[in-house]
Design a protein. Structure first.
Length: 252
């Protein structure tokens, strides 16, 4: 077990309605009653339709809430169906996932993601910026250069870097029950941290999460890797038992 703050972030994707608060509530009760997990931060990035409702229900705010994407424009405008970062902040979000591979796959470029990151930071949201390679890119040996390109391309040098968390998610591992070899994860996370320090000429290491088929079993394989600052959890965050198992087994 470590004393360093660890992040357990749920990404609900397109899941949930008001009744799904029971999942969050169980996790919140577990978390508030277990002093062992004092060094962990739990964040749930839920659909926009649920943020305000959950925020009102979470009386003792142990669990923090986030959104999963936003429009890149800072102000209101003629963008049917869109919501900007400022609106999400006012709704009760403190975090926002940006650059998720599911959105990159439908056309989001680093340039667009950079504008979203800027807008989110201006709205005082903490950004969880996703980066990761496809299987093809991995097989071609392009993982590291691609990750560096995504970091460089999605973050403006002059911005508040301490409000940016990186999340490394190998795309081929998302929702497949296949996890990258723990030694590889360690190597890549170290690379991400050192690249960030070089690109932005800073001495403050970024927080880097790992995501992709994290569950209550494989968490034990990666919990000894101290370079991982936390986890971005998709499928398993839709069940209170599965999510709690991940935390319990992490600290075992
Ligand atoms: P899974 O945990 O379902 O693989 O999803 C990971 C993810 O995409 C989190 O952002």
């Amino acid at each position: 077990m470590t004393n360093k703050l660890k992040y357990f972030v749920g990404n609900w994707k397109m899941f949930g309605d008001f009744s799904s608060f029971k999942i969050i509530n169980k996790i919140n009760n577990f978390y508030s009653q277990n002093k062992t997990f004092i060094n962990s931060k739990i964040i749930f990035c839920v659909p926009n339709t649920l943020i305000y409702f959950f925020k009102q229900k979470l009386k003792y705010n142990s669990i923090l809430l986030g959104a999963q994407n936003c429009h890149h424009r800072q102000h209101y405008g003629p963008f049917t169906g869109s919501v900007n970062a400022k609106m999400l902040k006012k709704t009760g979000a403190d975090y926002i996932i940006l650059g998720h591979s599911e959105n990159r796959a439908s056309g989001e470029s680093d340039k667009l993601i950079k504008m979203k990151v800027e807008s989110a930071l201006k709205s005082n949201l903490t950004v969880i910026l996703c980066i990761g390679e496809t299987l093809l890119e991995k097989n071609k040996g392009k993982t590291l250069s691609l990750l560096k390109k995504q970091i460089r391309g999605s973050i403006n040098k002059n911005k508040n870097l301490s409000k940016i968390i990186l999340a490394y998610e190998p795309i081929w591992s998302i929702g497949t029950n296949k996890m990258l070899d723990p030694k590889e994860i360690q190597k890549i996370i170290k690379y991400i941290k050192s690249s960030f320090l070089k690109i932005f000429r800073t001495r403050k290491e970024p927080i880097v999460l790992y995501g992709g088929s994290v569950n209550g079993k494989n968490i034990e394989l990666i919990s000894p890797i101290s370079e991982i600052d936390g986890f971005l959890i998709g499928g398993a965050s839709q069940s209170s038992k599965k999510f709690i198992d991940i935390i319990k087994n992490y600290y075992k």
